[in-house]
Design a binder for this molecule. Structure first.
Ligand code: SF4
Ligand code: SF4
Length: 352
């Protein structure tokens, strides 16, 4: 946007402007309603509302949400980084009324302290050619089954869940406590059509350097994919029509990772580790995926100490114990290597 810099405070309600930079403390009054106190004794109230897992709304719904914001929250609201909705009211009664009206629209209120904070996904199949799984639909099924953790049943600590259609992780996978990542389990194949592509440029798209230029006996050049390095991200397939997955409908699926978080507490910022390397895509309900995620949450809930996020809990009990307690199959690799590359390694039973 061009023009002179404008302070962001131009866009917030007057009762919030008065306290900007003077906050003293806050407390959760009930799931989803947070009271903030400034140094002059002024109070305001944040109402936190769950979003749709993909952050996708009809304009009709957005108009209803806007009307509620106009009525109770100074005609203003925001989406958090985890795509929850947040409204700020001046009065507690307005916060309570806003909560009731948003619940009537079907949006649960909560997501704070020891609860499920947010669920986010990338666009997946909606408009991305690289997707190996229907990330928004998987997340919607998880939301349908895990809603009680957003505002009713308490968990040991904050829980975030995400899903991405492929290992590129646009849905923020690997930095959430539990994440689903689509995976193409085939190694893509190079067809003669590859000659129509920018070979060097296509090779550069590979994030792990698995594509190399190759000279053919007739002097022409082609590309070669090193199967032992390929993580099935599909970026080369998106970049060049001459590289294809042969039977993605049979071989695409998704992996489950746990233990990602982007905060300095306890064991610090951690990347998620792949604990289930492959589950088939089974729409519409993805029952196996929902069952595995539910089992992980239930085990963590029962076994973790208060304040331990999933990464902290596993750090204390160890990976072996994690597999024993959850009953998930253990593949025998060192957990140090269970990053995105581990998806492919584990998929083949560690033979690659
Ligand atoms: S994570 Fe993959 S499928 Fe999802 S938007 Fe990014 S590239 Fe597309
Ligand atoms: S699928 Fe991804 S990792 Fe495999 S060769 Fe293509 S770009 Fe590289």
């Amino acid at each position: 946007m061009e023009g002179p810099a404008r302070p962001y405070t131009n866009f917030i309600p007057p009762y919030l402007k008065e306290s900007v930079g003077k906050w003293k403390t806050h407390k959760v009054l009930e799931p989803g309603i947070i009271e903030h106190l400034d140094t002059s004794g002024n109070k305001i109230y944040t109402v936190r509302v769950a979003s749709t897992p993909n952050g996708r709304y009809s304009t009709e719904t957005m108009r209803k949400i806007s009307a509620i914001a106009r009525k109770y929250a100074g005609a203003s609201m925001r989406f958090t980084g985890g795509i929850n909705m947040e409204f700020v009211t001046k009065d507690l009664n307005d916060a309570i009324s806003l909560k009731t009206e948003m619940e009537d629209l079907g949006f649960p209120i909560g997501g704070w302290d020891g609860h499920l904070w947010n669920m986010t996904s990338c666009a997946g199949y909606f408009h991305c050619a690289l997707a190996a799984t229907d990330a928004p639909s998987i997340l919607q099924n998880l939301a349908n089954n895990l809603g009680k953790y957003f505002n009713k049943e308490e968990l040991p600590a904050k829980l975030t869940i995400s899903s991405s259609g492929c290992p590129s992780s646009c849905g923020n996978s690997f930095l959430t406590d539990i994440s689903i990542s689509g995976i193409h389990t085939e190694i893509p194949i190079v067809t003669p059509e590859v000659s129509k592509c920018d070979l060097q440029g296509t090779a550069y798209t590979c994030p792990v350097g698995a594509i190399q230029l190759k000279q053919l006996p007739d002097g022409s050049r082609t590309l070669e994919i090193r199967a032992n390095l390929c993580i099935g991200c599909g970026l080369c397939v998106g970049a060049c029509g001459g590289i294809i997955f042969e039977t993605p409908e049979k071989t695409d699926g998704h992996a489950i990772s746990i233990g990602g978080k982007a905060v300095p507490s306890r064991v610090g910022t951690t990347l998620g580790r792949v604990v289930v390397p492959y589950l088939p895509n089974e729409p519409p309900y993805y029952k196996k995926t929902v069952a595995v995620v539910t089992r992980i949450i239930e085990t963590w809930k029962k076994d973790a100490r208060k304040g331990e996020r999933i990464a902290d809990w596993v750090d204390r009990i160890g990976w072996e114990s994690f597999y024993e307690k959850t009953g998930l199959p253990f593949y025998g690799q060192s957990m140090e290597y269970l990053d995105v590359r581990g998806m492919m390694t584990l998929r083949d039973g560690g033979t690659r």
